[in-house]
Design a binder for this molecule. Structure first.
Ligand SMILES: Nc1ncnc2c1ncn2[C@@H]1O[C@H](COP(=O)(O)OP(=O)(O)OP(=O)(O)O)[C@@H](O)[C@H]1O
Ligand SMILES: [Mg+2]
Length: 156
């Protein structure tokens, strides 16, 4: 586990852009923490990192959005309005086994008990423009977290 403090939305986006370089097919990333913490902002950075140039909208009402960028598939989910029992056994579960794709889940705490392997980014609201980002992996994987930290500490 390691943490990074960002001091603006731009910095959080840049962090997401760098983070995208560490992602590979079948990865699932859970985004947790405060309302307005910066989850969508970070995901905008990830999509930018994959070369997506259009506007990114939060799937709060549609629950899921799919992006297909240069043969890469990225699924963006927002589970804010759901409970774990709403999700369990629903079609959304298909996104938890992303074959040839990457799944990014806002309010991932709702699905944490159903998914057995994930990267987690937790957002803590420190002040108006300051956020603490806590990165971890489940199951805990030291080599993975070390390379993630190296990648993110570059040019932030
Ligand atoms: N350091 C920062 N990192 C991220 N966002 C920041 C930061 N400082 C200020 N902000 C502002 O905080 C807001 C974060 O909104 P965002 O939609 O990314 O949060 P969220 O966690 O997805 O919210 P929700 O819980 O509603 O899904 C934006 O308005 C952004 O400009
Ligand atoms: Mg959001």
């Amino acid at each position: 586990m390691f943490t990074i403090t960002t001091h603006s939305a731009q910095e959080t986006m840049r962090c997401g852009e760098l983070f995208s370089k560490t992602l590979k097919n079948n990865d699932i990333v859970l985004f947790e923490g405060s309302l307005g913490g910066g989850k969508t902002t970070f995901i905008k950075g990830i999509l930018k990192g994959f070369g997506y140039k259009k506007r990114v909208l939060s799937p709060t009402f549609t629950l899921a959005r799919e992006y297909h960028i240069k043969k890469k598939a990225i699924y963006h989910l927002d589970l804010y309005r759901l409970t774990t029992s709403d999700i369990f056994g629903s079609m959304l579960e298909d996104y938890f086994y992303p074959r040839e794709a990457i799944t990014l889940i806002e309010w991932g705490d709702r699905a944490e008990s159903i998914i057995n392997k994930f990267i987690k980014v937790e957002f803590i609201f420190l002040s108006e423009n300051k956020r603490k980002l806590i990165f971890s992996m489940c199951p805990s994987k030291t080599s993975g977290i070390v390379s993630l930290r190296k990648c993110l500490s570059r040019k932030l």
